[in-house]
Write a protein that binds this ligand. Structure first.
Ligand code: SAH
Length: 514
């Protein structure tokens, strides 16, 4: 079986891919979402670290050059300890675990210690860099040999394992990993071995991520070019005829928001349509999970309500989360949708109705405007509320206005809280950490509650000295007013209060002009 669930007491060596979270395998994602312990490296994207549930223990063991936070022995001992505790452990490694990642050492160690392990391959950095920089690694008539080589060892030292003198020359593409700090020595060594100065070179920094940069030259010029460019690790150095294609096949860098880092505030675990749209335009999006929304159902209340579920006349939903958590709870008790009885269903707006549709249930009433007050008015206008039983599905912050208006129309209203909203812990959160360290070009606010949560949690979002100071962008007048009220700058406001208009505003002000 290749696609089985995660097992307890097993260590999964998972390749995280080169950076872009979309390049993680399905198997990898599935395991990350279901593991008890996640042991991860420096280059793993923070978005991926937010895949597991809140109970998953995340342990950073990264090795940024010169800053070893845990020795290899300590990492292995940790894997052993967690597996012996019966945990399902994911050991997440950048790129592919068996390519310059010491994955094999970990696998041997686990085997010696009788721990079950599995390996999930990942897209290695060179493959990612090639695709996202427009540098095919092989090409008929130009390159038919591919060499992946580590630049980590000092090529001048006799003990180097790499046979620099005998690497193939003709029709070959060389991909050098970990080569940035030794670029001079590598170039010199290749020249000595007979590589021509005219061989093209492309260096791809932070490949596949919004912040990807590429510099190009040839063996004779690349040291100077990389110096001026300020090339830094992590980068893949591609050497060979195909590296000389320039930007003919580039697609990633020509996206309007490529190279821009944008912050979107959202609730934890919630897929954001806005983030997706911005990423499609090439931006690096940091989703700051300011609030978490969790299922929270009182067992007794659920039992009471379900005992008489068939006696309700209206079932009213005021958010997509309410729909999701209500049906989840409902199907824990019943296994047939007909147990709902003959009630009618109302939703506050289109997204809520869309969520209801996922359960093959049609919504009978949606107000013109998506807010609690309009929903109440629309229900009253049906003239069906006198002595009617209404079941209102809500979170802990549900608005009382709905209950009040329905009761005024003589309905009997039961409120059923199915989830709760809370501030998330940002101090240790990987995305918040990324924001503090690097800042962003802009922060996008889409609601007053987002502004408020941001201000409430500002102490965990203080930027480090050399981080980029972001501009603030608002979706519309109500959000802007909240920003001003909270003492925040408001640099740009979308023309119309819609996601499309917000994205347009971002492109207008932060997009590439050429
Ligand atoms: N197992 C990894 C390689 C780890 S060695 C893999 O298969 O990709 C670390 C080196 O990988 C870095 O020094 C750099 O050369 C390369 N690397 C990793 N991620 C990269 C990225 N996003 N862009 C460019 N190079 C990257």
């Amino acid at each position: 079986m290749t696609y089985s669930k995660a097992s307890k007491g097993t260590v999964y060596l998972v390749g995280a891919g080169p950076g872009d979270p979309g390049l993680l395998t399905l198997r990898g994602k599935d395991l990350i979402q279901n593991c008890d312990t996640l042991v991860y490296d420096y280059l793993v994207h923070p978005v991926v670290l937010n895949f597991p549930g809140k109970d998953c223990e995340r342990i950073y063991v990264g090795k940024k050059a010169g800053n070893h936070s845990k020795s290899q022995e300590a990492i292995q001992a940790l894997l052993l300890e967690k597996a012996n505790e019966g945990k399902c452990v994911v050991r997440l490694k950048g790129g592919d675990p068996y390519l310059f990642g010491r994955g094999s050492e970990e696998a041997f160690f686990l085997k010696e210690n009788g721990i079950a392990f599995e390996v999930v391959p990942g897209i290695t950095a060179a493959i990612g860099a090639a695709a996202y920089s427009g540098t095919p690694l092989t090409q008929r008539n130009a390159s038919s040999t591919l060499v992946m080589v580590t630049g980590h060892e000092d090529p001048e030292k006799p003990e180097t394992m790499v046979d620099w003198d005998n690497l193939p020359h003709a029709n070959t593409t060389l991909c050098v990993y970990m080569g940035v700090s030794r670029l001079d020595a590598i170039v010199e060594r290749l020249q000595k071995a007979g590589y021509a100065d005219s061989i093209p070179v492309a260096c791809v920094e932070w490949a596949t991520l919004g912040r990807q940069r590429v510099c190009r030259g040839d063996l004779g010029t690349i040291i100077m070019i990389a110096n001026d460019f300020g090339l830094k690790a992590p980068a893949i150095i591609i050497i060979g005829e195909n590296a000389g294609m320039g930007d003919q096949l580039s697609w990633f860098e020509s996206k309007p928001l490529q190279g821009r880092r944008l912050v979107v505030t959202r609730s934890q675990g919630q897929a954001s349509e806005l983030s997706e749209q911005l990423e499609l335009l090439g931006a690096e999006v940091i989703g700051l999970p300011l609030i978490s929304i969790e299922k929270n159902v009182d067992k007794q209340t659920a039992a009471d309500i379900f005992a008489e579920i068939a006696t309700y006349d209206w079932l009213v939903f005021s958010s997509p989360n309410g729909v999701r958590f209500f049906f989840e709870t409902f199907f824990e008790k019943f296994d047939d949708i007909r147990s709902l009885g003959f009630l009618r269903i109302a939703a506050v707006g289109k997204s809520t109705a869309k969520e209801i549709k996922k359960f093959y249930v049609t919504t009978d009433l949606i107000p013109d405007e998506a807010n609690a007050s309009s929903l109440a008015d629309a229900l009253v206008a049906t003239d069906s509320l006198d002595s009617a039983k209404v079941l209102l599905i809500s979170g802990n912050l549900g608005r009382d206005i709905l209950t009040k208006k329905l009761e005024e129309a003589r309905a009997i209203v039961d409120r059923f809280e199915v989830y709760k909203t809370e501030a998330t812990e940002l101090a240790e959160n990987p995305t918040a950490k990324l924001f503090r360290e690097q800042g962003a070009d802009a922060i996008l606010f889409t609601s007053s509650s987002g502004v408020k949560s941001f201000v409430d949690q500002a102490k965990d979002l203080i930027l480090e000295a050399d981080a980029v100071r972001p501009k603030s962008i608002s979706i519309g007048p109500i959000t802007s007013a909240s920003m001003v009220q909270q003492g925040m700058p408001m640099n740009f406001q979308a023309k119309e209060a819609s996601l499309e208009s917000l994205v347009e505003t971002v492109v207008e002000n932060f997009g590439k002009t050429e």
